[in-house]
Design a protein around this ligand. Sequence first.
Ligand code: BJW
Length: 260
Amino acid sequence: MSRTICRNSEEIPRELLDCLERAGKVAVLTGAGVSAESGIPTFREAHTGIWARFDPMQLASPEAFEQDPATVWDWYQWRRELIARSRPNAGHYALAELQGLVTELVTITQNVDGFHALAGSSGVLELHGNIQRDVCSRTGRTIDPDWIEAHREQRPPPSPHHAEGLARPDVVWFGEALDPGTLDAAFAAAGICDVVITAGTSGAVQPAASIPVAALQAGAVMIDINPEENELSRMARWHLAGPSATWLPALVGELGRNRG
Ligand code: BJW
């Protein structure tokens, strides 16, 4: 079926709304763009300030942590503080509301900011972990926040679990395996959904980018929300070309009105 590009969130095609209204099961895959309007920079856009000369894709790796743990730790501390000062936006809240409008909605996110849960979504599958937790670099065991606080002058703090371990954020870096249970649940949701929505992701990182592809192969209809065009938007039946904090509330608002 051919793709439709929609640019005006006040003119949502009737066919798209019908498709969402008929959908029992919906899977959503979100990426950094969904939090952009909360003030959290995406990965592939230029960073500003002291981090402008660092490539986030280089920092998010075990090699970077091995070579320069203090810089990687400082970058994560900077992001944690930014996230702590920021709030979910209208897109996050719309997705939480959508959970009440369809039979089943599985929210799968590549983001580590925890904003979907904070906005009220339940059962969120966090593919790449959560930035607010720390684990031991050697054992992977969770480290108590009080321990981190007590050793915060060390960058990074040592691990209480291993003599040579360091504290590191509980996130998935390049070359690291995603939690198998979380990944299986994401592919299972993709395999049975009627509609898959991708929002704010470049689709450049695997295996996350294969989740909507699996949904498509199983017969789902795909909606992509992104101001830019990419591989995922080209695969979608509808490309909603604009910010997710505009499109998601518009879609969910229409759906709610039609249901009510
Ligand atoms: C808006 C907007 C607005 C702006 N509204 N939209 C197969 C083929 C090729 C390579 C691989 C492969 N399989 C695995 C690999 C290697 C690698 C990979 O994918 N590399 C690619 C770069 C090629 N993958 C891995 O290494 C993964 N591990 C793995 O596969 O392990 C295998 C293994 C098995 C068993 C044992 C051992 C290993 C791990 C990937 C981990 C990714 N981690 C990061 C960091 C997380 C922690 C942190 O946050 O610091 O995850 S990297 C980064 O990219 C982060 C993101 O979640 C992820 C995806 O990025 P995302 O979300 O799409 O953001 P952007 O910035 O790319 O895009 C933002 C989009 O928003 C843009 O499109 C904008 O237009 C849009 N936007 N404003 C809506 N307002």
